[in-house]
Design a protein around this ligand. Structure first.
Ligand SMILES: Cc1cc2nc3c(=O)[nH]c(=O)nc-3n(C[C@H](O)[C@H](O)[C@H](O)COP(=O)(O)OP(=O)(O)OC[C@H]3O[C@@H](n4cnc5c(N)ncnc54)[C@H](O)[C@@H]3O)c2cc1C
Length: 394
């Protein structure tokens, strides 16, 4: 039997997120977007308010202090937050997806050490970051061939009781804001990339760790992205997540959450654009009638709505399958992000067209929504690469 009804808890979650988005995020979204220095734009207080509501703990099991939610819950939260601001939603998306990666792969002792203080935080200071992408390319880390010289460059050398890490990451979300970071590093230089990456977690004050450049971005300006630098950074054996050499495998598993989270975030951007364009088209008059009455505009709005509804169905179907433990379902979870990000780009550009000249001016958020949508097919695995992996399953 197919049931598209949200549970009572899920409806409550949607209400809480929607109220937070409308009352807390929306009133400040435009002013944060305009802050010129990216190092000053991160809305710490706002993120803290979300932490007070426990948003960061959504995907952490209850035994460690989390809400114990699933991916359908994640899709609901991400869409609602992103309607108000993609950057704020993005910070939570990264933190939640990383917490899920940790919960799924860490030992009980690591969960106590990492997830319990994380869940207890009510200030927003315990955001999470994960560095995989390197200056040599985000796609490089997924190199599937046999030649050991390609793939991740950051190297974790085995030392007594732990590892010494050297290398650099770039574009990391929550850089400079996270209390705990994860990083992918090769633990064997002579083995192929796919089987020689390992994942380590370390606190932001670990000696040998420093921040690189904080990026100035086109959109998502409320989120922080930057470099992570490792200069003989020592971590202990207990900081290894899962087994040595399984890093790429673990990262690909987290794409169940990432696809759902980032896809819903993209859908939230699209929904904001559609709702704005619909309202405008009903009010704006030319030749004595509202522009929605012209077929070219009315049809565009219908196409926008259909694309959003289709995207939500696909995402929630993938999320539901994952929540049921059906990880080998025949729909690749990355489809959620790939499809919804393409919807977000198209819908935001169409919304701008509906607003005519005003769509291009800063009077309306249309141009911000286009800027926010543009990155969605790029981050968290470029769509081209995700499609490549999908094509291998056909
Ligand atoms: C806002 C933002 C936030 C981000 N957050 C994080 C984060 O938190 N952690 C993190 O690790 N990374 C993060 N990234 C990095 C992001 O995941 C990468 O930008 C993305 O994976 C692409 O890597 P790249 O930019 O190095 O492009 P490249 O890998 O250089 O690719 C360039 C182009 O070539 C295409 N291409 C390359 N190789 C192939 C191939 N084999 N098959 C088909 N097409 C190919 C790509 O699709 C892309 O279009 C973030 C990026 C952005 C913009």
């Amino acid at each position: 039997m197919i049931n598209f009804e949200l549970t009572e808890e899920q409806q409550q979650l949607r209400e809480t997120c929607r109220r937070f988005a409308e009352n807390e995020i929306a009133p400040v979204a435009a002013s944060i977007d305009e802050i010129p220095d990216p190092r000053e734009a991160f809305p710490q207080d706002l993120i803290g308010k979300g932490f007070e509501l426990g948003f960061h703990t959504l995907l952490v099991p209850e035994q460690y202090g989390g809400m114990g939610g699933g991916l359908v819950d994640f899709s609901i939260m991400m869409e609602e937050l992103a309607v108000a601001d993609a950057g704020v939603a993005f910070s939570f998306a990264a933190t939640c997806a990383i917490s899920r990666m940790v919960a799924a792969n860490a030992t009980p002792a690591q969960c106590e050490r990492w997830l319990v203080p994380f869940c207890e935080d009510k200030t927003g200071r315990y955001s999470l970051g994960f560095g995989a992408t390197e200056p040599s390319g985000g796609t490089e880390i997924f190199y599937t061939g046999d030649d050991p010289k390609f793939g991740t460059k950051t190297f974790a050398k085995k030392i007594d009781g732990g590892y010494s890490i050297n290398g650099a990451k770039q574009f990391t979300t929550n850089a400079g804001q996270a209390a705990l970071y994860g990083c992918m590093a090769r633990t064997d230089r002579n083995a192929p990339n796919f089987v020689s990456n390992s994942i380590f977690y370390f606190s932001a004050d670990t000696p040998g760790f420093s921040l690189g450049k904080i990026e100035d971005k086109m959109g998502h300006r409320a989120s922080s992205n930057g470099g992570l630098i490792f200069d003989d950074m020592e971590v202990s054996d207990d900081d290894l997540l899962g087994e040595e050499g399984k890093g790429v495998e673990i990262l690909l598993q987290t794409y169940h959450a990432n696809g759902v989270g980032m896809g819903s975030l993209a859908l939230g951007i699209a929904r904001a654009a559609y709702e704005m364009a619909l309202e405008y088209a009903k009010e704006r008059q030319t030749w004595g009638q509202p522009i929605i009455q012209y077929q070219s505009i009315g049809n565009k709005l219908v196409d926008m709505k259909m694309a959003i509804e289709t995207g939500r169905l696909l995402i929630q179907r993938i999320a539901w399958a994952s929540d049921q433990g059906r990880h080998n379902d025949d729909v690749n979870p990355s489809m959620a992000k790939v499809y919804a990000s393409e919807v977000a780009r198209k819908v935001t550009v169409d919304a701008m067209q509906v607003l005519g000249g005003y769509g291009y001016m800063k009077d309306y958020p249309a141009e911000k929504l286009v800027r926010d949508a543009m990155v969605t097919p790029i981050y968290d695995g470029a769509n081209e690469v995700l499609k490549y992996f999908m094509s291998l399953e056909l």
